[in-house]
Design a protein around this ligand. Structure first.
Ligand SMILES: *[C@@H]1O[C@H](CO)[C@@H](O)[C@H](O)[C@H]1NC(C)=O
Ligand SMILES: *[C@@H]1O[C@H](CO)[C@@H](O)[C@H](O)[C@H]1NC(C)=O
Ligand SMILES: *[C@@H]1O[C@H](CO)[C@@H](O)[C@H](O)[C@H]1NC(C)=O
Length: 179
């Protein structure tokens, strides 16, 4: 063994050298790019998934759970943001509507948690149903504002609604690849 190793070493380093010089010339799309290419919001999908340090090692199912984790953190954050907005609102109807919206975003987070459970048992149809439900809750909030024409829908709520909608859409499209 001890006598073979020194003779093997130059061979090994030659091998790794040829491998490392080959890798940069083949810039095949990454799994993130290929997966995001099947979604509606390519750039948003790539930048969102890349924000997670685990994403380069993830398979397609892993990428769907990363999108869902981002959606959970957005939904939870927006629920707290909306609750704070509600507490500081002077107008009682605005306060009530914002309180309901905070509950809807909290429901969205719960539905997303259930979708993670479903994904972990490869129940892709249930995962899809839960993410679809999560995507509907921000909509319900906007409809509540529309029912009170006197209350303008806050621009900050509109942009948060859009981010969560985009995250749910890419999550659904990635789950569709899975089965
Ligand atoms: C994205 O999809 C298009 C059309 O299907 C294809 O031509 C392109 O090579 C794909 N790009 C990546 C990065 O997968
Ligand atoms: C919400 O999602 C966006 C897009 O992926 C991400 O950049 C942002 O950090 C998320 N925000 C929170 C509070 O999770
Ligand atoms: C929501 O996210 C922002 C940054 O995206 C952060 O500054 C804020 O503290 C978060 N709020 C909550 C309640 O998590």
């Amino acid at each position: 063994m001890a006598s073979i190793l020194p003779r093997l070493l130059p061979l090994l380093s030659l091998l790794t050298l040829s491998l490392s010089t080959q890798t940069p010339t083949t810039d095949a799309p990454t799994l993130i790019q290929k997966t995001c290419n099947t979604t509606t919001y390519y750039n948003f999908c790539v930048s969102s998934l890349q924000s997670d340090p685990e994403s380069p090692k993830a398979d397609v199912r892993g990428l769907s759970t990363i999108a869902i984790h981002l959606a959970i953190s957005n939904a939870t954050n927006t629920s707290s943001f909306t609750a704070a907005l509600s507490h500081s609102a002077a107008d009682p109807s605005l306060r009530a509507v914002l309180r309901e919206c905070a509950a809807k975003y909290s429901n969205a987070g719960e539905a997303l948690e259930w979708s993670l459970d479903a994904l972990s048992t490869e129940s892709y149809d249930y995962a899809f149903v839960h993410v679809s439900a999560a995507a509907e809750y921000p909509n319900v909030c906007r409809v509540l504002f529309r029912k009170h024409p006197r209350l303008p829908y806050p621009a900050e709520m509109a942009s948060r609604e859009e981010v969560l909608e985009h995250l749910c859409t890419i999550a659904l499209e990635i789950i569709s690849i899975l089965g």
